[in-house]
Design a protein around this ligand. Structure first.
Ligand SMILES: Cc1cc2nc3c(=O)[nH]c(=O)nc-3n(C[C@H](O)[C@H](O)[C@H](O)COP(=O)(O)OP(=O)(O)OC[C@H]3O[C@@H](n4cnc5c(N)ncnc54)[C@H](O)[C@@H]3O)c2cc1C
Length: 314
């Protein structure tokens, strides 16, 4: 059924990669996740037109579509994802360079641009986006998550976005600060596909920006961010409990605690790592266990930052 449906859509034109029963472990930084019924990564130039057609057809037919960025904040179920995974990562690069506005320069990027590449490109233009250097993932995912690094949120720089509705219609979004909060964005509610983000970036001397970028990348390196497969911080860190989530977990002696191949990093309380053979189920069980222990010992409810996607048994 699904292969025929996809073939019908693709008769209208398709270039890119497409696979059925594609293991999602290959597309997530955690390196876990069972098969997507169908994974499609359209070529960059064809992406907007193809994505619009795909969304219109799937919406009409009731076929679920999951939009994938860099897969850096996901735990995909061992049973995988039903329906279509639309991979945005080939749609990358600078989408436009605007004029000066409100003390910054307007610059737009395609959603699949790696965040680190955007920071690099900004530096080349003498613009500041250095705080995000070294963060895995793509800019569409960072906008969706309202990612936050070194006290700077993506929303501090966002000016607008070009979106596709789930019915495939192009929409323009203009930034409103009230739409965003800590790890909160309006895209989480709307379900729209982010095609491009437009950013207002302050001017800054390129060499100074590059120096800062190197410092942020090495800081991540020294904190063990890249040592094992993970999705970065497992729990939100809004410090509602008065101290960082990692510190609460450390104070309970949970560093190194594990279930199967999933483990709290022995060097960082708020990173869960895949020791090589973890299942998504084990990662989920470990999150639940940590949340339960923190709740019992401190009364505080940790909130997961990593997203559990796909077919999970509850
Ligand atoms: C080592 C490491 C360090 C990290 N450090 C940080 C950090 O310092 N700060 C931080 O905030 N995060 C951090 N993260 C988490 C992760 O990098 C961010 O959440 C990142 O923004 C996720 O982007 P992504 O493209 O990988 O999104 P994905 O993980 O692919 O997707 C996340 C969500 O966004 C949606 N989405 C993705 N692209 C689009 C699109 N184009 N349109 C609509 N929806 C879309 C997906 O459907 C999903 O719901 C870290 C992760 C790792 C592995």
């Amino acid at each position: 059924m699904l292969p025929e449906f996809v073939e019908k859509i693709n008769r209208g034109g398709f270039t890119g990669d497409l696979r059925f029963d594609e293991p999602m472990a290959a597309h997530t930084t955690f390196r876990v996740g069972g098969p997507a019924d169908c994974w499609i990564r359209p070529d960059g130039a064809s992406f907007p037109e193809y994505a619009s057609r795909l969304l219109a057809e799937t919406e009409a037919a009731g076929v679920p579509v999951f939009i994938l960025g860099g897969g850096a904040n996901l735990v995909v179920s061992d049973r995988g994802i039903r329906g279509i995974v639309l991979d945005t990562t080939a749609y990358r690069g600078r989408a436009g360079l605007g004029g000066e506005s409100g003390g910054g320069t307007l610059v737009a990027f395609c959603a699949g641009t790696p965040v680190d590449e955007m920071a690099e490109e900004a530096a080349n233009l003498g613009l500041s986006f250095e705080f995000f250097a070294g963060m895995p993932g793509a800019i569409g995912g960072a906008m969706w998550m309202n990612a936050r690094c070194y006290e700077h949120s993506v929303s501090d720089y966002l000016a607008g976005a070009k979106l596709l509705s789930r019915g495939g219609a192009v929409k323009e979004y203009r930034f409103r600060s009230g739409d965003f909060g800590y790890k909160r964005s309006p895209f989480q509610k709307s379900g729209d596909l982010i095609l491009e983000g437009s950013f207002r970036l302050p001017k800054k001397e390129a060499e100074a920006v590059r120096g800062q970028m190197e410092r942020y990348r090495s800081d991540r390196e020294s904190k063990g961010h890249y040592r094992c497969p993970s999705a970065g911080s497992a729990f939100k860190n809004n410090r509602a409990a008065g101290r960082p989530s990692g510190k609460i977990i450390d104070d309970l002696g949970l560093r190194g605690f594990g279930i199967g191949g999933a483990q709290i990093a022995p060097w960082h309380g708020n990173i869960i790592i895949n020791r090589g053979n973890a299942s998504a189920g084990e990662i989920k069980a470990l999150c639940s266990e940590v949340r339960a222990r923190v709740k019992k010992e401190t009364g505080f409810e940790l909130e997961c930052e990593i997203l559990f996607i796909g077919d999970f048994f509850s």
